[in-house]
Design a protein around this ligand. Sequence first.
Ligand code: SF4
Length: 227
Amino acid sequence: MQIVEIYKSLQGESSYAGLPCVFVRLAGCNLRCTWCDSEYTFTGGHRMTLEEVEQEVHQLSPGGGLVEITGGEPLLQERAVVPLMERLLASGYTVLLETSGERPLDKVPRQVIKIVDVKCPDSGEGDTFRIENLDALTPHDEVKFVVASRRDYEFARQFIEQHALIARVASVILSPAFRKDAAGSRDVSHCLVDPRELAEWILADGLNARLGLQIHKFIWEPSLKGV
Ligand code: SF4
């Protein structure tokens, strides 16, 4: 499979945020979100066998722990990534899969925790979520909305209500979008929506969703890769 990087850091943007995690970042994406901070994954990477990836994960986190399969869009390499997830599960890892939900999710092993990033209109990739994927969500999965405006928030709120998401998955997360050229200071000035404003919208609407912050961008310099 085509891999950009494998590294260990803290999980940054789900209800697992803050836990040590090995990231397996696959190359290639079929979307072009306006605020994407992973454009370096669109091309390149290097070929690795399933065994090589597995071995590197074992070296970085011997004996289990959290592994996140991410990208890019990892399900563009479904034929390789599904067996990889199966093998990591069999070795005792907790496996997270970060995906936009544009590709079918029905082949993803059920024990994998899917973190599905449903694209809002201001991402420029709204309407890309494959609606049949709602049936593939399990109670341990998570759905995330990256919010860049009040319009995005309204889209997310309606989507959550229309599809009864709160009852369907373990966590529904609303996360302020980060400016893609963010660099320097580690603070909320890089957020396209002020987290306080987003918190107030959630509270005013009585929405039982979690406010998420990309904590790695507050711990490390926001333009740093591989953290
Ligand atoms: S789906 Fe993810 S990797 Fe692809 S363009 Fe959007 S943010 Fe970037």
